[in-house]
Design a protein around this ligand. Structure first.
Ligand code: CA
Length: 392
């Protein structure tokens, strides 16, 4: 058995408020967290003991995320709930170890399989705050892996930047790291139909789900203050779509009706299919007839979920145009009140199915639209659209 022991201390630089700039590499700012990832490996498997130290503000629960560079596959874990989709791994605290005071540490472990190399992850993020890069390979401080049969020590640095989180096989897969100005460019345009007001959309570096950039939407109340970041869905190649994005809200979903995503449905008079919220929970809304999913009865709303604030949430949807079906997941868990399955269910999709609905959506817009007076500041990152489920 070849033994391997590696240690990594990844500095997390705090992104305090909305003005701090995350800087890669050593800096004078106090680290917000550090991660020690210690591996024992053999020919086809490994265990990892992972210790997270929180240097930032006290947390009542924690989520640590990272990506594997190789084909590592987590098979079991202890002292955390660990999920993996593709190369993306999410470890969440359990009821008994969620409290993590400033300066406190918590440890958990996992076992997995791999072939080829088993490089230590380099993109840890704690509760949505990127932990930045580890010290360069030439540094004398990190513990050097020792092995009787040396594995590759090729640095993982690349000139083209890391791939967006877990979506490289999707037709649209954007982490916004290529954006260079304050106004989103490339495939994205900023705007809103009918009228514009005080809502704004900008590339932002105060907080990011991946890398150092995201899209910040400063959403204001009232329909004409709506603002969206939009792109065509031409080229995705199917009328059966799967979408995934990470969103970080500041304000809880209000009682009033709001939308944070809209898609033009050319099979429904060019009106929008909208995702958003009402009565403090997520909902879908059809602009053409104002049908909601779920129905806004107390029993219907109870089958949807609120959206967390101050942390990144993974929103996933499936729109099957030919079948007229719709599914929705939040942080990988399907939301029962946000399902159109073709069989009318009171409080959920009975109203939605009152008319034949075979959507053909042609664009994707992310932003903020309020039909009352509700404002929010929110961020988007790692947006993907494809023809198979992408995952978080
Ligand atoms: Ca990003």
């Amino acid at each position: 058995m070849n033994r391997f022991a590696g240690a990594l201390a990844a500095l997390c630089l705090a992104a305090a408020g909305t003005t701090a700039v995350v800087v890669a590499g050593p800096a004078a700012a106090a680290p917000a967290c550090s991660v020690a990832y210690r591996v024992n490996q053999w020919q086809s498997g490994y265990t990892a003991d992972i210790t997270v130290t929180n240097g930032a503000t006290t947390a009542s629960s924690w989520t640590l995320t990272w990506h594997y560079a190789g084909n590592q596959s987590v098979t079991s874990a202890w002292n955390a709930t660990v999920r993996q989709t593709g190369t993306a791994v999410t470890a969440q605290s359990l009821s008994y170890n969620g409290a993590l005071p400033a300066g406190g540490s918590v440890s958990f472990g996992l076992q997995g399989t791999y072939s080829g190399t088993n490089d230590t992850p380099t993109d840890f993020a704690l509760n949505g705050v990127s932990c930045g890069d580890p010290a360069p390979p030439t540094s004398t401080t990190p513990t050097t892996p020792t092995s009787t049969t040396p594995t590759s020590t090729t640095p993982t640095t690349t000139t083209s930047g890391p791939p967006p989180a877990g979506c490289t096989s999707a037709a649209i897969c954007d982490d916004f790291e290529q954006q260079t100005g304050s106004t989103p460019g490339g495939r994205w345009t900023v705007g809103a139909a009918n009228c514009t007001g005080t809502g704004t959309v900008a590339v932002d570096s105060s907080v990011a789900h991946s890398g150092s950039r995201s899209i910040k939407v400063t959403g204001q109340g009232g329909y004409c203050n709506h603002a969206f970041l939009g792109t065509s869905l031409t080229g995705v190649g199917s009328n059966h779509l799967f979408g995934r994005f990470w969103v970080r809200h500041t304000t809880p979903l209000p009682t009033g009706h709001v939308a944070f995503m809209a898609m033009r449905d050319t099979a429904d008079g060019g009106r929008d299919l909208r995702a958003g919220g009402q009565n403090q929970a997520l909902q879908w809304n059809r602009e053409s007839d104002d049908a909601t999913l779920p129905a806004q009865s107390p029993a219907g709303v109870a089958q949807s979920v609120p959206l967390a604030t101050g942390t990144w949430s993974c929103f996933e949807f499936e729109v099957d145009g030919a079948a007229g079906r719709l599914r929705t997941w939040l942080n990988s868990a399907e939301v029962p009140g946000l399902v159109v399955d073709g069989v009318p269910t009171p409080d959920i999709d009975q109203q939605w199915l009152a008319k034949t609905w075979r959507p053909a959506v042609t664009d994707l817009r992310l932003g903020w639209e309020s039909y009352a007076g509700d404002a929010d500041t929110l961020w988007y990152d790692d947006v993907a659209v494809g023809t198979t489920r992408i995952g978080c």
